[in-house]
Design a protein around this ligand. Structure first.
Ligand code: PLP
Length: 424
């Protein structure tokens, strides 16, 4: 299709009428498809059905002979930490296995830092004059919600395709009020981008005004490849240590989108001082994690190769859905100049930049047609996208047929919203 901006007024009017008619026909189909959240589909969850009968009657002892049914072992079974050490890119002694949600661990770490402070700091974060966090945008809405909950200022920094704008990050981090930064370094939510080695090295090495600054390194999509290439990122803990900031990074990950989203394992990994800090705080809220679930994971996934094979089965189910969305956007929007979108190599999302000032309208048009999208603005702090253009598409949960229908409709809505905007 030709660029909309280059059409003469007759061609523009004809196109607008055509797209309006197509939209009305789409709306008349009365669809009901939810593309809001990055959830695994029932077929993906079924890949882990073998876990439901594990560890099995009588199988409740760890390699060290601990009874997994009982209280204790706050750090998590050694064999589980060994199994996931390559995924986390660090050694087992630097890993803590939590219960099922890494978001809960991030929340806990932030709250403990807020109330008690972290190693290397002289006071709780809440005592800072105007505590703030650097927030790469577009980002994950639940990260922003945690900061909002505690009244922590959010400083948006654009992502550039290979990670955040580092000149801006370095400038902001020089302020002693800036206590931390969210990072989803691999297959980011929602842009899908992976931070380059150079960006990661700068994050590890940069000077920060706050001596107790922390990178909240949410490696949620560490093994969630959508292509045959398993993109790797450098070990942030190692780089921070080499740069003389051994305590800078809190690393998080989970098996929510590996095994079972509601019954996976969550991980915290960091320097020895931070691990001690974490365990001291965690010991006040629990006598120990669910170690039967830890055993279940070891029995089911077995080793690194087991994780790799399991993730390849996920990929076989979801990569066609991502292709489907891309094809629909390509077919309807390529060359129009009204939208750009990511082609992720991993993760759970496709990020679309629609025409400036139209994202809210696109979401409304899609809703009218029975396709529910993540609210426009949710990828920015406080849910406010200053450009009103970014949309997050989550194609994993609906069936392939639903994704095909929904993406056709979404492309139509993006085009219609742009035409209406240009018409007004
Ligand atoms: N971090 C990111 C970047 C996510 O996209 C998600 C879920 O979509 C989570 C964390 C949630 O992780 P968990 O299920 O381990 O709490």
């Amino acid at each position: 299709m030709s660029r909309i901006a280059d059409l003469n007024s007759d061609d523009f009017a004809a196109l607008r009428q055509k797209i309006l008619t197509e939209y009305e026909a789409f709306r008349a189909r009365g669809l009901k498809i939810d593309m809001t959240r990055g959830k695994p589909s029932p077929e993906q969850l079924a890949l882990a059905n073998g876990m439901l009968t594990l560890p099995g009657n009588g199988d409740h002892f760890s390699e060290a002979g601990e009874d997994a049914r009982n209280y204790g072992n706050l750090q998590g079974l050694a064999e589980v930490r060994t199994l996931f050490a390559p995924t986390l890119g660090t050694s087992p002694d630097r890993i803590v296995v939590g219960d099922n949600s890494s978001l809960a661990l991030m929340h806990d770490c932030l709250l403990w830092a807020w109330v008690k402070g972290v190693p290397g700091g002289t006071e709780p974060w809440q005592k800072a004059e105007a505590p703030a966090f650097i927030c790469p945008v577009p980002g994950y809405d639940r990260h922003f919600s945690i900061l909002e909950e505690y009244g922590i200022r959010m400083l948006p920094v654009p992502l550039k395709g290979d990670g955040p704008d580092m000149d801006m990050v370095e400038q902001l981090a020089a302020d002693p009020n800036v206590k931390g930064m969210w990072c989803v370094p691999k297959y980011s939510n929602p842009s899908g981008e992976t931070y380059s080695d150079a960006v990661i090295e700068r994050l590890a090495a940069m000077k920060t005004g706050a001596p107790d600054f922390r990178l909240f390194w949410d490696n949620a999509y560490a093994v969630h490849h959508l292509t045959g290439t398993e993109h790797q990122i450098p070990d942030i803990l190692d780089l921070c240590e080499k740069a003389g900031h051994p305590d800078r990074a809190f690393v998080f990950a989970s098996t929510s989108k590996v095994t079972l989203a509601g019954a996976g394992l969550a991980f915290f990994a960091s320097s020895p001082a931070n691990v001690r800090w974490y365990l001291a705080s965690a010991s006040k809220r629990t006598i120990g994690p669910d170690k039967l679930n830890q055993l279940r994971h070891v029995r089911f996934l077995k080793n690194e190769d087991g994780i790799r094979k399991h993730m390849a089965a996920h990929r076989a189910l979801i990569a066609p859905k991502f292709d489907m969305v891309n094809d629909a956007l390509e077919k309807r929007l390529a060359g129009t100049g009204v939208a750009e979108w990511s082609k992720p190599q991993g993760g759970y999302f496709i990020c679309v930049d629609a025409m400036e000032g139209t994202a809210k309208h696109v979401v409304e048009l899609a809703k009218q047609a029975g396709v529910i999208l993540t609210p426009a603005g949710s990828t920015s702090p406080h849910g406010k996208d200053p450009h009103d253009r970014t949309l997050r598409l989550a194609p994993t949960f609906p069936s392939l047929q639903e994704v095909a229908l929904a993406s056709e409709g979404i492309a139509l809505c993006i085009l219609l919203a742009a035409l209406e905007k240009l018409h007004s």
